[in-house]
Design a protein around this ligand. Structure first.
Ligand code: SF4
Ligand code: SF4
Length: 217
């Protein structure tokens, strides 16, 4: 039995990023780590929110009876930047575990990265972290206005890293690897028609605004 195209894309991205990071100078790696610092602080806040307000309900509703709507097979889009950030933080053994997972034959309904101890990613993809099912939205956030507002605040902050109507980390990390001659189907910020349209529209708005300013001067 062979692995799936999804797993192959994942494996290729992991191998590519690992090799590239290993070839960087210590200074270049340190620069990358500094660049992701504020994103990691944001992720820390999201993780604390999950731990304080959602972990119990997720555990009771899904993980105890193994019927989670999260973590289904090939159910998530992994951004290339997710891979870069995770590998920057991971040990060689943790990266090997990811590669073993995506090289195995595809069976069962679960995400390939879901192990007995949970997700194999040290810092799981942003799409996974920000996903809330209808049950959580209605039964937890829907009944607590202040909690809902805090979650909405976190969603707005997520966009500062992933919504390319301005320069954002996820686009920038892809661009760095592309500038080094690397390419991957996971580079959605340079390949997804939706995200490309968003970037083009934002560029157009910035140009129009610049011209309007010049006209006023
Ligand atoms: S977000 Fe919803 S589906 Fe996912 S683990 Fe929590 S309760 Fe289950
Ligand atoms: S990557 Fe991790 S968190 Fe995301 S679906 Fe797979 S096991 Fe779940």
């Amino acid at each position: 039995m062979t692995t799936s195209p999804y797993n192959q894309e994942q494996a290729e991205a992991i191998v590519m990023v690992r090799r590239h990071l290993e070839g960087l100078t210590p200074d270049a790696r340190a620069r990358l780590r500094r660049r992701i610092r504020s994103y990691l602080a944001f992720r820390g806040e999201v993780a604390r929110f999950h731990g304080a307000h959602l972990a119990t309900v997720c555990s009771e509703k899904c993980f105890s009876n193994e019927t989670s709507a999260c973590c289904g097979r090939e159910g998530i889009a992994t951004f290339f930047a997710d891979v870069v950030i995770n590998l920057l933080l991971s040990s060689p053994a943790e990266i090997d575990a990811l590669l073993r997972a995506v090289s195995e034959p595809v069976t069962g309904p679960d995400c390939v990265y879901l192990s007995g101890e949970g997700c194999l990613w040290l810092l799981k993809p942003i799409v996974c972290e920000m996903f809330l099912c209808a049950h959580v939205k209605t039964q937890i956030l829907g009944k607590d206005r202040s909690l809902r507002k805090r979650w909405e605040g976190l969603r707005r902050r997520e966009r500062l890293y992933t919504w390319p109507t301005r320069p954002v980390l996820f686009d920038e990390l892809e661009a760095l690897f592309r500038a080094a001659g690397l390419d991957s189907p996971l580079m959605y910020f340079h390949k997804s028609p939706g995200l490309l349209r968003l970037k083009a529209r934002a560029r157009g708005d910035a140009e129009r605004w610049g011209k309007a300013r010049e006209g006023r001067c």
